[in-house]
Write a protein that binds this ligand. Structure first.
Ligand code: PNW
Length: 491
């Protein structure tokens, strides 16, 4: 890795910039080539689970159009592409004694080869929420410790089958464990949709299950990393870590209780996973809030968990102002708002209620994470959904001013954080390459820098893509041509 402290106003030539996607959000073709069902297949078809009542059966049809998508990446001139592998394409039933599906392996193999041929670095996520349905039926999925061995086996197959031809790849074990635990097993809005709220779910216990799921996610991640380091890293030379979601939390005002509230929000959103993985234990506040509802690690487990991630994978979208109070444990008993004490808004409102544009918060979070966890940071997702974009004619949607502003602000932050603050940032991936299946929002909320017409599946670069690509062209060093070998002087 080149020095990140160079005095130019550019990022090093090996800075990994590009776009991110996830299998279930783009692939479609859910029942071809031996793919097994994932928990999102049926969940997205239940009445009321997605805003528009639509599912992931077609999505952006990227299982068929993947070459077209890579052409788009080539046209954009990216350095890297972050995508996820669908577990149920590799092992349709998911488990360690279940058969491997060669057709699924072939699909991702071809994708990886094609990326390398185009000079694009593959950045692979092993798990972006599409758990094989069979594992949920067998033992409750992430609720059971059984999942750890099954996940490690799945990871092993990926390392064996994809790791050899990939010189430099980053493996993210999990994408956003907070979402898996809380949204999937606490609030019940994401698959498998478990919650104590019986209007939402026939089963589930929101007071215990999210914390059990989180614990098992951490262990599965840690044992997959251990395996990679012991059996693959030396010969494959890759790097491995986890990606956490987490938005900046700032105190609503300078009262001591709101300053503490902001820290509690960070402890639950980020520290829940990052503290054990990078620092060796759950945050004190979490232990205090949950008592014996928070599972504990044995000393042997903790030895595997601590230091398991070689970098900090960062998905972040916004900043919340925090007020002490309320009883929402999933936010650390803190209330979030975007409205400042003087009544003004923090930033520009996105289509989704939870997102406003606030670049200063992004910069503060980068600094907070780097200081607290002392790891190189890979920004693995960052993005914005323009209000009412789904109702606009294409031409209007392409002029996505608010998204351009968002990326203007946040790319400037990347440069400032690297050059002025000395934060070691190695990547930046915009979410997302394409408009796609936005989980509980169906196809209503659009995060793409490329517009997708869902009738024709045609792709159209938005203004934000043009801005984004141009910005990185102007702000990354050109790769140095290899120096000619010195000819030894004749005596
Ligand atoms: C991330 N929230 O999810 C995911 O990694 C992507 O798959 C997703 O499309 C993207 O962000 C945009 O939503 C999140 O409620 C989902 O705070 C929900 C939240 C945050 C992130």
């Amino acid at each position: 890795m080149a020095s990140h402290q160079s005095l130019t106003d550019k990022l090093p030539s090996d800075f990994l910039w590009g776009f991110a996607t996830a299998s279930f959000q783009i692939e479609g073709s859910t029942d071809v080539d031996g793919r097994g069902k994932s928990i999102w297949d049926d969940f997205s078809k239940l009445p009321g689970k997605t805003l528009d009542g639509r599912d992931g059966d077609v999505a952006t049809d990227s299982y068929n159009r993947w070459k077209e998508d890579l052409d788009l990446l080539t046209q954009y001139g990216v350095k890297s592409y972050r995508f996820s592998i669908a577990w149920s394409r590799i092992i349709p039933l998911g488990g360690r004694n279940d058969p491997v599906n060669e057709a699924g392996i072939q699909f991702y193999s071809n994708l990886i080869d094609a990326l390398l041929e185009r000079g694009i670095v593959p950045f692979v996520t092993l798990y972006h929420w599409d758990l094989p349905q069979a594992l949920y039926e067998r033992y409750g999925g992430w609720l059971s410790r059984e999942i750890i061995d099954d996940y490690v086996n799945y990871a092993k197959i990926c390392f064996e089958r994809f790791g050899d031809r990939v010189k430099y790849w980053c493996v993210l074990t999990h994408n956003e464990p907070w979402c898996i635990s809380i949204l999937g097993h606490g609030r019940g809005v994401f698959a498998p949709g478990r919650s104590s709220d019986r209007t939402r779910s026939p089963e589930g216990d929101s007071s215990t299950e999210p914390w059990i799921v989180g614990h098992n996610l951490i262990l599965a991640h840690a044992y997959a990393c251990k395996l990679y380091r012991e059996e693959f890293k030396a010969k494959q030379g890759g790097t491995i870590g986890i990606t956490l979601n987490g938005d900046m939390a700032l105190p609503y005002d300078d009262s001591p209780e709101n300053i503490t509230a902001a820290q509690h929000a960070l402890d639950v959103a980020i520290g829940w996973f990052a503290d054990p993985i990078y620092l060796g234990d759950y945050p004190a506040f979490l232990k205090e809030m949950l008592g014996d509802r928070l599972p504990r690690f044995t000393p042997e487990e903790l030895a595997v968990v601590t230091g398991s991630s070689e970098f900090y994978g960062m998905n972040t979208y916004t900043t919340n102002l925090c007020k002490a109070g309320g009883d929402d444990e999933f936010q650390g008993k803190v209330e979030y708002t975007f409205t400042r004490p003087d009544g003004t808004q923090l930033g520009t409102q996105a289509h989704c209620a939870w997102l406003q544009d606030y670049p200063e918060g992004f910069r503060q979070l980068l600094n907070y994470l780097y200081k607290r966890y002392s790891k190189p940071i890979y920004v693995t997702e960052n993005g914005f959904a323009v209000k009412d974009e789904h109702n606009m004619p294409v031409e209007q949607a392409l002029a996505d001013h608010d998204r351009v502003q968002y990326f203007k602000g946040n790319t400037a932050v990347i440069l400032a954080a690297v050059k002025e603050d000395g934060v070691d940032i190695r990547s930046y991936f915009a979410w997302s390459l394409l408009d796609n299946f936005e989980w509980a929002d169906g196809y209503i909320t659009r995060f793409g820098l490329t517009y997708v017409d869902y009738e024709t599946q045609k792709r159209y670069p938005k203004d934000s893509a043009k801005f984004y690509v141009q910005w990185f062209k102007e702000h990354t060093e050109v790769e140095e041509a290899p120096q000619p070998a010195e000819v030894p002087q004749q005596p």
